[in-house]
Design a protein around this ligand. Sequence first.
Ligand SMILES: C[S@@+](CC[C@H](N)C(=O)[O-])C[C@H]1O[C@@H](n2cnc3c(N)ncnc32)[C@H](O)[C@@H]1O
Ligand code: SF4
Length: 292
Amino acid sequence: MYCLDNIDNIKNTVRPKKTAHVYVPYNCGRKCPFCESRLMYDTMDTSLDKTLDVLRRIADSDIEDIMITGGEPCADLDALSKMLEVLKDKIVYVNTLFPSETAADIAKLFDEEYPCVKGINVSRHCNSYEKDSAFLAAPAEDSVLGSLKVPVRINCVIQNKEATAEWVDSVVKRWEVQYANKKNLELHFREDFNKVTAENLHVQDSPFLKTLCENYRYHYYNMGTSFDDVSFLADSGMTVYYHKILPYSICKIGPLTILHEMVVFPDGDVCTDWNQSKEGLEQYCQWVNFKL
Ligand SMILES: C[S@@+](CC[C@H](N)C(=O)[O-])C[C@H]1O[C@@H](n2cnc3c(N)ncnc32)[C@H](O)[C@@H]1O
Ligand code: SF4
C-alpha cells in the first residue's frame, strides 16, 4: 500500500497544546485484563476534595484541554458533575465505559448540561470478558451511543493481533450501524500499550495493521513522539484507526525531554507522567501558569 501523504494531512504540525490528564478519585468495577490503572487505585487514598482543589487551579491556569479518565468517570455522576462544573470553561474529553444503568443521566450530562465536553472515548473491547464482568457494570447498548450528540470515539484494545479480516469487519460493521445516523463517531483499534516500547513504537509489523491495510482504504498516517496512528476509511466513510501509544508520556529524544501533559492522580497528587514521575514539574507548571 502506498502512503501518499502530503503536508496537509500531517496533523501534528499544530502548536503544542497545554493539557492535563486527570484520574477521577474513584475506581471502576471491572477487570479488563490489560488495564493497569484500576490496580493503581488499590494503593491510593483517593480524595474528591483534593481533586477538585487541583481542578480549580487548572481552571485558573492556561491549560487548554483536559482528559478525564479513571477508574470509571461515570461511576459517580455527582462527583463527575462537580468536576465538570469547575472545568466548564475549558475543553474536556472523557474516557468511559458508558455503563447502561445510568445511561440517560450520562447522556444528559454530556449532551445538555456540559457543552465543555467536546468528545468521549467509549471502551468497547469486543471480548468475552466483557460479558463475564457485565454484572459489575453493564455497558450501554450500541444504540444509546449512536443517539448521543457528543462526538464518540470507540476504543477497542487489540487482544488478538492475528484477528481475521472477518472479525475486524464484524467490529467495523457493528459500529457502521451507528455511524449511519451519527457522523461524529469513529473507531480506534488500540495496541495494548503495555507491550509498546520506545524501540517498537514506530515499527509497524503487526498482522492486525496488515489486515486493515488489505481491507480498508488508507486515509492518513500521523506519527508523534509518543504515538503512531494509521487511519483508514470504511466503505460507509467511517474512520477506522490503528493506534499505538507508549504507556508513559515523557519522551526523551537525545538531550531533549518532552513533557506532554500534567497528570493528576486520584489522591490529588500532581505529576508529569502516568508513572507518577515529577520530572520537570516546576517548569511545566510555570509554562501553563499553574500554581503548584
Ligand atoms: C484506563 S481506561 C479508564 C476509563 C474507563 N474506565 C474506560 O475503560 O474507558 C482509559 C482508556 O485506556 C484504555 N486502556 C486501558 N488499558 C489499556 C492498554 N493496556 N492499552 C491500550 N489502551 C488501554 C481504555 O480502553 C480506555 O479507553
Ligand atoms: S473499565 Fe476502564 S479502568 Fe476499568 S478495568 Fe476496564 S479499562 Fe480499566
